[in-house]
Design a binder for this molecule. Structure first.
Ligand SMILES: Nc1ncnc2c1ncn2[C@@H]1O[C@H](COP(=O)(O)OP(=O)(O)OP(=O)(O)O)[C@@H](O)[C@H]1O
Length: 454
């Protein structure tokens, strides 16, 4: 909770009422600030960023009218659009209520309002403001590193480790199944480091033919082998000052491992066919989906190289072990892909979301990308169904016999669908459901649904 979480501002020119409010709300709000003028109110809003504001409409210099009150609502919301303004006024005209709400006020009541009711209204405003704040926090925080979407605590720990690794030159090795984001994390180490403006160079040891990998990595001198008509610098020299990413290091030929070990220990290389030693200064990040320890035991990976590259090992969990991340990542990839191929924004149906949540994703995030690309092409309209993703929606729960249970199931399903269709935008979901935003928040709280979809 941030500091403004329970700050209440009262804008009221009647001094008697102001002190009554002070006395009444003392203790209910952590910070209580009061003023009688619009000008001072704006200063206080900037200073305290109050979540909730109680405001009169008749404010000086137009204490008998409403113009200053309306000006105040508009001005406050222009600098603090998320503040909840409760208008409390003696100006009993329906059109005033309508205008206040149209300007963005949260609620409108006539004086005098009994204290129980007032407490309830203020509490509800604080509650709603808190939920909105939490929702924003979780959305803001869903991309802790560039290109890496997650809300999973284990992945968040990994992100914190990546930040620390980036501040050193230590050799880190990323272990994880294919498609779990090893390259994304390697790039993040580079982009979070002080050398981010220097090159990031990746080589996939599994993709380069065995007879070429040495010269790809170390470079070669002219005439060192048939076809070497000019000298060429290798990936190591290309990455000078920056980061070298040795992807699939478990596939590095045994013969080359000794040379790589020497480079890592001494930070010196010789190009193939060369005689000159070249000093190398760079960070090395390795990755593999192989079990290196088993390979060491089997004699297919050098033990000394294993210990040299495993100064820090990061075990990346597969997507199926990351809680709600498949849904979070799917939303993100769908949005990005629709923008990339310039099609209308698309959304997942409730069934599609259920299927995404239940599937085990053996191909991890790469598989999410592939299935979404396919779905964008195949979907009949802007609503992506489970079948478009070639996934099966889990079977529905058996019909509840108890009317209360049946009503609850129906409400939960409708809320899920509305949230899916609105891409978790609370205002749009409330509109789709035909309820107000506060009512939707109440329902989310009642059914404990909010966390699952934030
Ligand atoms: N947390 C994430 N959020 C969003 N996109 C991700 C995330 N992790 C990975 N991706 C995307 O998934 C794809 C696969 O990621 P990446 O290439 O980093 O995986 P990898 O583990 O290196 O795979 P491989 O072992 O097959 O090389 C990339 O397009 C990447 O941008």
């Amino acid at each position: 909770m941030d500091l403004s979480a329970r700050t209440l501002l009262i804008i009221e020119d009647d001094e008697g009422l102001q002190s009554q409010f002070k006395w009444h709300f003392d203790g209910l709000a952590t910070t209580l600030v009061t003023t009688s003028t619009v000008q001072e109110a704006l200063t206080l809003v900037r200073q305290y960023q109050p979540r909730v504001i109680i405001q009169d409409l008749g404010l000086p210099p137009d204490a008998e009218g409403v113009s200053e009150g309306f000006r105040c609502i508009a001005a406050v919301l222009s600098i603090a659009p998320r503040s909840k303004i409760i208008v409390l006024t003696g100006k009993d005209e329906h059109r005033n209520a309508l205008k206040a709400i149209s300007l963005g006020a949260f609620d409108f009541y006539l004086k005098p309002l009994d204290t129980d009711r007032l407490d309830h209204v203020v509490e509800r405003a604080f509650h709603l403001a808190q939920l909105e704040w939490e929702n924003r926090q979780s959305l803001d925080a869903s991309e802790p590193l560039p290109g890496l979407i997650t809300a999973n605590p284990q992945m968040r720990n990994i992100c914190r480790m990546i930040d620390k690794i980036a501040q050193s030159k230590i050799t880190a090795t990323l272990l994880g199944e294919s498609g779990t984001g090893k390259e994304v994390l390697a790039r993040a180490i580079h982009s979070q480091s002080a050398d981010r403006d220097r090159p990031f160079v990746a080589i996939n040891c599994a993709a380069v033919p065995e007879n070429l990998i040495e010269s790809e990595l170390f470079g070669y001198e002219k005439g060192s082998f048939t076809g070497a008509s000019t000298s060429n610098i290798g990936k190591i020299e290309q990455a000078m000052g920056g980061t070298l990413f040795l992807d699939e290091i478990g596939d590095m030929p045994l013969a080359l491992q000794a040379k790589v070990l020497r480079f890592l220990q001494e930070r010196m290389i010789e190009r193939v066919g060369g005689r000159k030693e070249i000093r190398i200064d760079l960070r090395v990040v390795c990755a593999t989906n192989k079990n290196l320890q088993q390979m060491v035991q089997a004699g297919t990976f050098r033990a000394d190289l294993f210990y040299r590259i495993c100064e820090i090992v990061i075990d990346i969990p597969p997507l199926r072990e990351r809680g709600n991340d498949p849904i979070l990542i799917a939303h993100h990839i769908l949005k990005r892909y629709c923008q990339e191929v310039a099609v209308k924004p698309m959304v997942f149906s409730y069934d599609a979301l259920q299927a995404i949540g239940h599937y085990s994703w053996p191909g991890n995030i790469r598989e999410v990308e592939n299935r979404i690309k396919r779905a964008v092409v195949l979907a009949e309209n802007t609503l992506i169904q489970a079948a478009d993703l070639a996934l099966q929606a889990p079977t529905r729960k058996p019909l509840a016999i108890n009317i209360k249970e049946a009503r609850k199931n129906a409400e939960v399903e409708a809320i899920h669908s509305a949230l899916a269709l609105s891409q978790r935008n609370i205002s749009s979901a409330a509109k789709l459901l035909g309820v107000t935003r506060p009512t939707l928040y109440d329902l989310l709280k009642k059914y404990n649904l909010f966390i699952d979809h934030s």
